[in-house]
Design a protein around this ligand. Structure first.
Ligand SMILES: *Cc1c(COP(=O)(O)O)cnc(C)c1O
Length: 218
């Protein structure tokens, strides 16, 4: 058994049913990614449009591609219709462009809103205070569907600090979920948080979608 097989088996045993595992494939070769697919992982995450487009050609339609990194408006047109879920929508202007490109192609694109809960300046995302009013605005867009929230925790060892950030994100998610019936195109189904170093903490705090790179591919 290869190391990738072993890692995926271990992670699949650790994460509860109902949590989606996304294998983060940035900087990985096609052969490495194929190994993960052979283990039954069909959700793949890339953080750059260029790399996603190059890899896209090598895989069949079983693969659900997730864009998890910062997205520039001028690149939206390349991925609409190809990507299963965009996790990193961090502004109304970006959502508007996804809506516009989706309308051109007569389809609806599923997105998550990235929330910058840690408040680090280096991180993209909407502030917790703004998140609900952003939902109000996005509810007017017909060619996007907001399916949840995403956050990236800071790279710290402090478990309590991590828990606090994940819990705060869950609370924002839950609050919007309780009001989602007000909106036609907002359904809080996914809370995307947790990476190699913090996914169990994230799941304990309410995550149902984890994005794991190093933990799978080494
Ligand atoms: C790279 C990346 C991951 C995976 O990180 P690992 O620590 O390798 O698991 C998850 N989410 C985002 C947004 C990333 O860019």
């Amino acid at each position: 058994m290869s190391q990738i097989d072993e890692n995926i088996k271990r992670i699949n045993c650790e994460i509860p049913e109902g949590v989606t595992l996304i294998a983060v494939t940035k900087h990985r070769s096609i052969q490495e990614i194929q190994k993960a697919v052979e283990c039954g992982v069909f959700d793949l995450g890339e953080n750059r449009v260029q790399e996603l487009m190059e890899k896209y050609e090598h895989f069949d339609s079983r693969i659900r591609w997730h864009l998890i990194g910062h997205l520039q408006k001028n690149k939206v047109k390349y991925i609409v219709g190809k990507v299963h879920l965009i996790h990193s929508v961090d502004s109304i202007a970006l959502a508007e462009e996804i809506d516009r490109q989706s309308r051109k192609q007569e389809l609806v694109t599923d997105i998550l809103i990235q929330v910058n809960v840690s408040g680090e300046e280096s991180k993209f995302g909407i502030s917790p205070e703004e998140t609900e009013s952003v939902m109000d605005t996005l509810s007017g867009f017909r060619n996007i569907r907001v399916l949840g929230l995403m956050t990236i925790a800071p790279n710290v060892d402090n478990l309590e600090a991590l828990k606090q950030i994940f819990t705060e994100t869950y609370q924002i998610y839950d609050k919007i979920k309780k009001n989602e019936k007000r909106y036609l195109n907002i359904r809080m189904n996914y809370l995307s948080m947790g990476m190699t170093n913090d996914y169990m903490t994230a799941i304990e705090s309410g995550s149902n979608m984890v994005r794991i790179g190093t933990g799978i591919f080494g």
